[in-house]
Design a protein around this ligand. Sequence first.
Ligand code: UD1
Length: 429
Amino acid sequence: MERFRVHGGGPLTGEVTVVGAKNSALKLMAAALLAVGRTTLRRVPDILDVAIMAELLRRLGCTVDHDVAAGVVQIDVPERPDHRADYELVRAMRASISVLGPLTARCGIADVAVPGGDAIGSRGLDMHADGLTRLGATVHVDHGYLVAEAPDGLVGAPVSLDFPSVGATENILMAAVLARGTTVIENAAREPEVADLARMLVAMGAEIEGVGSSSLIITGVDRLSPVDHEVVGDRIAAGTWMFAAAVTRGDVVVRGFDPRHLEFVIDKLVGAGVVVDRRPDGVRVTCPRRPRSFDVMTLPFPGFPTDLQPFALVFDALAEGSAMVTENLFEARFHTASELARLGADVRVDGHHALLRGRERLSAAPVVGSDIRAAAALVIAGLAADGVTTVEGVGHVDRGYPSFDATLRSLGADVRRERVEEVPFAPAT
Ligand code: UD1
């Protein structure tokens, strides 16, 4: 097993350029299934989840080349792809469910294993299934597989989502672009990654109105063509580096993303006394003195992103004053809070609220990160702790961040990976 060894230290300084968003790239790879021929995606992050999605597409009969150095993925889609996504891959990465919509549209049938993925609350698939049902598919679970069948093709229909689910919006959108007639998705997710997907679909020949809004009007077409598309900049990775700069009271320029995609987060940081200088392709974050804490309530875009909530916990654990962090999307996403308590944070969790009283400094300890963002946030907490913090969960971080520890080192942090032998615990009898 590997873990991070983090020496608490001084401020982070320097410059980071983020690449394309994980949460967009994975869906764009799935969307390639909608067109026969070669799709080219640029600015694709070199992360484990992309490798998993590439393997899934290969098993569906596609040829996938990933030029890691260039950040380019090329996907050749055959006339008749396979339609079964195995449990082995789907459980490794929940985003595999995003092949459900495109496969149903292309093949008239999709059987996708019901996913596992990272441990952040129970994540239903009801809206994905209901949406495809509205478009005329029959959907049922069979021996662990979600099976959607539409042998005579999908038919456009109004779909009103109970909640603006990112994954459900994307699956229904990818199914609707090849359905007969018009689909209207109401209460659609507005995340920039959903808009990026819609823009790629439009470039492929899809007819979509309302891109970036909560009402998407899709007129189905017979065929789509493969395209060359650049993935939108990763606002969550950018937010990670912004919090890292603020927490260590550093000075970091973060490039490669659109600051309008983090408006809410930037406003919070500025209100807390962090200096955020907006630029066309990013921000400069400086934090000369201890910031004040702020309340957070996670919400769908344009609200505070749940993926940055663990970083807000770290921020509030170290800022001046008390704060309440409320998690509205994934109920079990407070694992970071209990691990922060191991680092000496004054934090109490009650249901989906965490109450924090800021401390000047944290105190190093061994901690465990339970998902991508939790593990990354704990490494950043370790940078603001006295002594050496070890963080388990390197595998999670590698799923979502290209060169996470190397990037931190380039900003002056003392972070490295170390191997640890797992010694089985044998209690004395
Ligand atoms: C995506 C992101 C994830 C981010 C989340 C919210 C990817 C790969 N992951 O996840 O990083 O945290 O958006 O911004 O893009 N729900 C249902 N039924 C459904 C679908 C969702 O009840 O059919 C619930 C989930 O349990 C959760 C909430 O809706 O409580 C939000 O889920 P959703 O927006 O779908 O997130 P994901 O697409 O899974």
